[in-house]
Design a protein around this ligand. Structure first.
Ligand code: SAH
Ligand code: SF4
Length: 346
């Protein structure tokens, strides 16, 4: 089934053509309404009445619909499940930090081909890439809950394996007639797909990059993250050094802490050696549990001990306690099963 036309994929000029708008400025008017989450032409109050009537019911305005939302009141995060045109489900999460700022955590694929051993999404395998429209629509749905000031591609999927669509969606978020979101507030997180990092570097866009390192030991990383067998640590480091060569490009290492596995003194030492020569901060993320996976979350004592090792070896780090755990919406907890084959779009 081909993707039904979503108005979210269209520029103001395309809207004029597709909707056969008699007045070109109406393209931008509709474009702006859509970005506000208004999809009913009847509500687009600056269009003439006759035009609103004509447009109503012309075609689907979005390719996805909300099937469930869950609130985790303790930390203010909300996870949404969206049903896509082909019945696949994809999840996205709105996170709130202590300062009242909101970050939209978006998915780039249904499932993921990377099969990281500690990640629920990895257990699904890859169903398919998301189209740019489908990525944009996640943000539109989330933004109706609260306006988001930041976006992270840390939901389902490997964004660098679907970079064209991710970049198209980012161009939309950055557009001054939609959200005018600074590229510096958008983070792409990757498991370490080296050609993707090179492609991203070549765009010269000031996007933020996060690299999920998890281990600085090839043997352990091969086991935890199969992507390491294709792009081992040395190749990854070379690509990241090149990424930083032009200057001004920042990235972080994400380090999912697995109890009793990558939190030893020798793990810290290898991490310190690995980051030498890179301008990077390590983001420690204590593992979030998933019933079907065998790992354990390190307790505070173990976290504290690993931090002391990092201090000893001079590694700069922060600890990120994931939001969204109450709704299984935290890092690594997103996975969808239901796949009803449904025809309708909205
Ligand atoms: N595919 C990309 C982005 C999505 S995963 C990537 O791997 O970077 C987003 C983050 O969640 C990554 O940093 C990943 O290491 C982390 N993560 C995955 N499973 C996790 C889990 N069970 N607990 C904590 N973090 C996890
Ligand atoms: Fe895919 Fe990222 Fe999960 Fe690995 S951690 S399986 S790359 S979503």
């Amino acid at each position: 089934m081909a993707l039904p036309l979503s108005l979210y994929g269209l520029s103001p000029e395309d809207l004029v053509k597709v909707l056969e708008l008699p007045r070109p400025f109406e393209g931008k008017q509709i474009y702006r309404w859509l970005a506000k989450g208004v999809t009913d032409f009847q509500e687009m109050s600056d269009l003439s009445k006759a035009e609103r009537e004509r447009l109503s019911g012309l075609m689907p305005k979005a390719t996805s619909s909300e099937v469930a939302d869950q609130h985790a009141d303790s930390d203010g995060s909300t996870k949404l499940a969206l049903k896509l045109y082909d019945g696949s489900l994809v999840e996205c999460v709105m996170l709130e930090n202590g300062k009242g700022e909101h970050t939209a955590c978006l998915s780039s694929q249904v499932g993921c081909a990377q099969h990281c051993a500690f990640c629920r999404t990895g257990t699904m395998g890859l169903e398919r890439n998301l189209a740019a429209e489908e990525i944009i629509e996640q943000f539109i749905h989330l933004n109706k809950i609260e306006p988001a000031s930041h976006i992270v591609f840390m939901g389902m999927g490997e964004p660098l394996a679907n970079l064209d669509n991710v970049l198209r969606a980012i161009a939309y978020f950055h557009d001054k007639d939609t959200f005018n979101l600074s590229l510096r507030r958008i983070t792409i997180s990757t498991s370490g797909v080296v050609p993707g990092i090179r492609r991203l570097a070549a765009t010269n866009l000031p996007l933020r990059l996060a690299v999920s390192l998890v281990s600085a030991d090839d043997r352990l990383r091969n086991e935890l993250m199969p992507v390491n067998r294709t792009f081992p640590l040395a190749d990854l480091k070379r690509a990241l050094q090149e990424y930083q060569e032009g200057g001004g490009k920042r990235f972080t290492f994400e380090y999912c802490m697995l109890g009793g596995t990558n939190t030893t003194e020798s793990s810290a030492k290898k991490l310190a050696a690995y980051i030498r020569g890179l301008d990077v901060i390590v983001n420690l993320i204590p593992y979030n549990e998933a019933a079907e996976l065998p790992w354990s979350r390190p307790d505070e004592k173990e976290i504290g001990k690993f931090c002391r090792y990092l201090d000893m070896f001079g590694v700069k780090y922060t600890i990120r306690y994931s939001k969204g755990r109450g709704v299984n919406g935290a890092c690594g907890q997103l996975a969808t099963k239901t796949k009803e084959k449904a025809g309708s779009n909205q």
